[in-house]
Ligand binder design. Structure first.
Ligand SMILES: *[C@@H]1O[C@H](CO)[C@@H](O)[C@H](O)[C@H]1NC(C)=O
Ligand SMILES: *[C@@H]1O[C@H](CO)[C@@H](O)[C@H](O)[C@H]1NC(C)=O
Ligand SMILES: *[C@@H]1O[C@H](CO)[C@@H](O)[C@H](O)[C@H]1NC(C)=O
Ligand SMILES: *[C@@H]1O[C@H](CO)[C@@H](O)[C@H](O)[C@H]1NC(C)=O
Ligand SMILES: *[C@@H]1O[C@H](CO)[C@@H](O)[C@H](O)[C@H]1NC(C)=O
Length: 568
């Protein structure tokens, strides 16, 4: 039960709070509300640089420009729901100085002094809009600055600040019936407001030099009244409430207030003085009922503000407007043409993103990313370490103002140590010749003279000659040995000793041996027994003597034979 009651209570309080402000001001990143010179609230946490401001009393909505938002330029702020909505996409080159809203047709109008144009979009439900607004009027010589909507009669009024030919002009909502309302005795009309109650235009004129004026005329530019002429103010925005005129002044960084009914040239009241930020836009809380009482042309407006049901239906604030092409221009229903330096479906990706590995990225005139590499790196994306693989043959790399410098190892020279440093070898020390570079080895002697010596098996100047000499010696020794051996063999060829067994003619020998051995006994005595070429067959040897030493055995055999011989 409390739920709905509490909700109503909160709503009532909110409405009270909403209606408690007298004026709202954009200053810096803040949206500020004031009651009786006292700041009652500020709403601007999300914004950066707020400028032009408009108030729609029918829908209780503020419309304002954030010059520095990435996504959108014009936003709405619902005072009841406290919700922000982006309404218009941001162009890269724009300068919105004034905007106003017609609650009857649901059209919002704004001026762009850079484009010298007046744009509009409709906030009606289901209206088809260019996200950046539709051009209503494109001017050549005029510089439109502020704009005010006459909702009761269906006109827009704007000020033209070309100081050669300044004017206040008006046209229908469709741009037709354009006409000049004021073009005389005017210098630089910076701001304009419409007061339905008095059916009058009010404007601030930044006169030449230090002068300024606050002036008024009827809706056709007639019945001009110079309300205030003064010095040192630099008026910017001006607004009208039920009984006062307010303006923002850049000269004193103040908001000034002057009664609508004050006699000519009364002193204005300095309402708010700013210290740091400079105020830009200002709107007064001028209730529709107060504006439209007894103004016949404003019946539609008055009825609209009383028809709550219609009110809730009447405005469709486009969702996500201005968020389609973050850095670019919308070209179709959902296609973006990205500004230089951006890519992606919604131009949300900077082409510089992750482009340079070791350096800073910027977008060049062709819209391509370009890297400024850190010291020691090169390549289009700063990926190459200048020193990496620069010095050949083991050279040491150092940086000198982004140039790689090699310190070469012994034996090499050249900017990259690519050249072999050749040193002549003393001819006597050259044991062999190198023909194949790959198989050469380098050796460095102690006196820092580079000697290029070969060779594949590794020539050792000390060891190898010794080996050579040893080899030759060995060869000689072998030769000597061979000679000696042949000599010995030759020496052993002595006269053959025959063993002759003398037997009786009629007696056959005990053993008939094919290798008859004849021994001339006389010679025998001179012989070494070992050299005796005659041997007894093995079967004649007595078993006891088998294991005896060969010398002994021979001798025994010989003696035995001789004994036997004696028997015969
Ligand atoms: C605003 O100030 C005036 C006088 O300066 C005073 O009479 C009035 O009561 C004040 N209103 C509020 C709401 O404080
Ligand atoms: C712009 O839109 C993006 C995505 O919608 C959002 O994250 C970002 O906060 C917005 N930037 C500003 C300044 O509002
Ligand atoms: C101002 O208007 C005049 C003619 O009306 C034109 O010649 C001049 O170029 C305009 N000045 C600028 C800055 O556009
Ligand atoms: C060594 O070889 C080179 C060619 O490879 C030749 O010019 C040079 O005369 C040779 N030196 C000797 C000592 O053979
Ligand atoms: C170097 O010598 C080795 C054997 O000593 C041989 O197999 C190789 O082919 C040689 N290299 C070149 C390039 O001549």
């Amino acid at each position: 039960m409390c739920k709905t009651k509490c909700l109503f209570a909160i709503l009532a309080i909110t409405i009270n709070l909403v209606y408690s402000w007298d004026i709202a001001i954009t200053t810096g990143d803040q949206l500020e509300f004031y009651t009786n010179q006292t700041k009652t609230s500020n709403e601007g946490i999300r914004f950066r640089d707020l400028t032009a401001l408009a108030y729609d009393a029918v829908h209780n909505m503020l419309l304002f420009v954030d010059k520095q938002n990435d996504n959108a330029s014009i936003f709405s702020y619902n005072l009841l729901t406290k919700k922000y909505q982006p309404l218009v996409g941001r162009r890269s080159y724009e300068n919105i100085q004034g905007l106003d809203f017609d609650p009857v047709t649901g059209k919002m109008f704004w001026t762009d002094t850079n484009e010298r144009s007046i744009y509009w979009i409709s906030l009606w439900p289901r209206s088809k809009n260019n996200i950046y607004g539709n051009i209503l009027l494109k001017m050549d010589n005029e510089i439109p600055r502020d704009i005010a909507v006459d909702s009761c009669r269906g006109y827009i009024y704007w000020t033209n600040t070309n100081i050669t030919k300044p004017t206040i002009e008006r046209a229908r909502f469709d741009g037709s019936e354009r006409s000049v309302v004021v073009d005389s005795d005017i210098h630089m009309p910076v701001s304009i407001a419409i007061d339905q109650q008095t059916r009058r235009l009010y404007w601030a004129d930044d006169k030449e030099g230090i002068h300024y004026s606050i002036e008024s005329s009827d809706l056709n530019g007639k019945d001009r009244k110079r309300i205030l002429v003064g010095t040192y103010h630099q008026p910017n925005a001006l607004t009208v409430s039920k009984d006062s005129i307010y303006w923002v002044d850049w000269g004193f960084k103040s908001v000034w207030k002057l009664s609508k009914t004050a006699p000519v040239n009364s002193e204005p009241e300095e309402l708010i003085a700013f210290t740091n930020e400079v105020p830009f836009g200002i709107v007064a809380n001028y209730k529709i009922a107060d504006q439209t009482t007894n103004v016949d042309e404003c019946k539609t407006l008055a009825n609209l503000s009383e028809n709550k049901a219609l009110l809730n239906e009447s405005i469709n604030i486009p969702q996500d407007v201005g968020l389609f092409c973050l850095h670019g221009v919308k070209t179709g229903m959902s296609a973006c043409k990205c500004s230089p330096g951006y890519t992606g479906e919604r131009c949300e990706i900077s082409i510089c993103q992750n482009f340079c590995f070791n350096g800073d990225c910027r977008v060049n005139s062709k819209g391509q990313p370009e890297c400024k590499c850190k010291n020691g790196f090169t390549g289009p994306r700063c990926t190459t370490d200048i020193c990496s693989l620069y010095c050949l043959n083991g050279g040491e790399c150092k940086l000198d103002n982004d140039n790689a410098i090699c310190t070469c190892p012994l034996g090499f020279e050249g900017s990259r140590c690519e050249t072999r440093k050749i040193v002549q070898i003393t001819p006597t020390a050259e044991p062999c010749n190198c023909t194949k570079e790959e198989n050469t080895t380098k050796s460095v002697d102690t006196s820092n003279v580079y000697v290029e010596t070969d060779c594949s098996p590794g020539w050792d100047p000390i060891r190898d000659p010794i080996l050579m000499v040893l080899g030759i010696l060995c060869g000689l020794l072998c030769l000597i040995c061979a000679l000696l051996i042949t000599k010995i063999l030759h020496l052993r060829r002595r006269p053959r000793i025959k063993k002759r067994i003398i037997v009786n003619k009629n007696v056959t020998p005990l053993t008939a041996r094919p290798d008859q051995c004849e021994i001339t006994i006389e010679n025998c005595c001179n012989m070494n027994i070992c050299e005796t070429p005659c041997f007894e067959p093995r079967n004649a040897i007595r078993p006891t003597l088998v294991d005896s030493k060969p010398g002994k055995e021979d001798r025994r055999n010989l003696i035995a034979n001789m004994e036997q011989d004696d028997i015969y």
